[in-house]
Design a protein around this ligand. Structure first.
Ligand code: HEC
Length: 132
């Protein structure tokens, strides 16, 4: 097979099987860094601090309402997969055992109400949290 055809096949396969990890690197990693640690204080870390947040209904809602997540060029299912990947990959230690993965439908409802002031909501829900 000519090299061009191989490259074409590989890139088509790559597009069809975009993984939550590659979506994270493409759409979130530029700000939050490939290892999720962010650039505090401007860009918060996504490591360790999100398990507790994902434990409550408001927290699950919040995760998809922050502008970076809500406005990413991803479908609801893709965004849910990225958030679930972040929770498992970077927050497994703080994630409650009862955690149920986010669903596309749930994420779709949340992201439709994008937060104008994420910091305000965070401070109200988790006052004095040192991880932000
Ligand atoms: C342009 C930079 C940028 C991009 C891209 C970005 N974010 Fe963010 N993210 C931020 C900033 C800044 C905040 C702090 C809240 C705010 O000001 O929006 C934040 C906050 C968050 C939070 C809340 C963290 C906490 O501890 O409260 C989550 C969750 C999050 N982002 C997820 C994502 C996901 C998922 C993606 C990719 C789909 C993403 N972000 C893309 C900049 C970005």
């Amino acid at each position: 097979m000519p090299l061009k055809a191989v490259i074409l096949l590989l890139s088509v396969a790559g597009a069809a099987y975009a993984s939550p990890k590659s979506d994270f690197l493409l759409h979130c990693g530029g700000c939050h860094q490939p290892n999720g640690t962010g650039a505090p204080p401007n860009v918060p870390t996504l490591v360790g601090s999100l398990g507790r947040i994902a434990a409550s209904a408001e927290g699950r809602d919040y995760l998809a309402r922050v502008p970076g997540a809500a406005q990413a060029p991803l479908t609801d299912d893709e965004l849910a997969a990225v958030l679930n990947w972040i929770l498992k990959e970077f927050n497994n230690d703080t994630l409650p055992a009862s955690f149920k993965p986010l669903k596309g439908r749930e994420v779709g409802k949340s992201r439709a109400r994008v937060l104008a002031d994420p910091l305000k909501m965070r401070n109200e829900l988790w006052p004095g949290d040192p991880d932000y």
